[in-house]
Write a protein that binds this ligand. Structure first.
Ligand code: AMP
Length: 185
């Protein structure tokens, strides 16, 4: 089993961008629960139909749906040599479900990207223009940040010693250098 990394940070904090760069560098899959859910919606699966109403307003999709989806993904062969999780787990119950499912193959390093709130809102509004994501409007963005603070931030304490804090402000390349050096230390 290779590296098992989690990116944790607010929406718009650059997790997806950094996870994609790291996936290329390490040759292990990038597993983004948000992307998987958007794909399920686009292909009109049962999961997509159930998830869309929660995503549209910036609420978390119910744990049982997301946990089953990610567990199934982690069982595929390409994840045998490690994985980069982005957007999952999103709360302590999901983290416990993951720990139960993976045992000693659970998350080894958690990278927390630090970005202040005004900057994340600005980034998300810019992304709304570029990508046209329906959940990137200002009211939903503020709600997603609130959900992050309430539900996801407690995971920083949950993962305790395996957390590495990285300043998420600056150029994409500069942040990536900091991520890589944290993983090397
Ligand atoms: P993201 O692309 O990670 O920002 O996720 C977009 C949306 O997908 C979130 O606002 C949630 O509605 C949903 N979502 C993604 N990952 C999860 C998760 N682990 N648990 C519950 N909902 C999720």
């Amino acid at each position: 089993m290779g590296r098992r990394i989690l990116f944790l940070g607010p929406p718009g904090g650059g997790k997806g961008t950094q996870a994609k760069l790291l996936t290329k560098a390490l040759g292990i899959p990038h597993i983004s629960s948000g992307e998987m859910l958007r794909e399920a919606i686009a292909s009109e699966t049962e999961l997509g139909r159930k998830a869309s109403e929660f995503m549209a307003v910036g609420d978390l999709v119910p744990d049982d749906l997301v946990v089953a989806m990610v567990k199934e993904r982690l069982c595929r062969d390409d994840a045998l040599c490690g994985y980069i999780l982005d957007g999952f787990p999103r709360n302590v119950d999901q983290a416990e479900a993951l720990a139960n499912a993976m045992g000693s193959d659970g998350i080894e390093t958690t990278i927390v990207l630090h970005v202040d709130e005004d900057q994340t809102v600005e980034r998300l509004l810019r992304r709304a223009d570029l990508e046209g994501r329906t959940d990137d409007n200002e009211a939903t963005i503020r709600h997603r940040l609130e959900v992050f603070r309430q539900e996801t931030e407690p995971l920083i304490a949950y993962y305790g010693d395996n957390v590495r804090r990285v300043d998420g402000v600056g150029s994409i390349e500069g942040i990536f250098c900091r991520v890589v050096s944290e993983l090397a230390s």
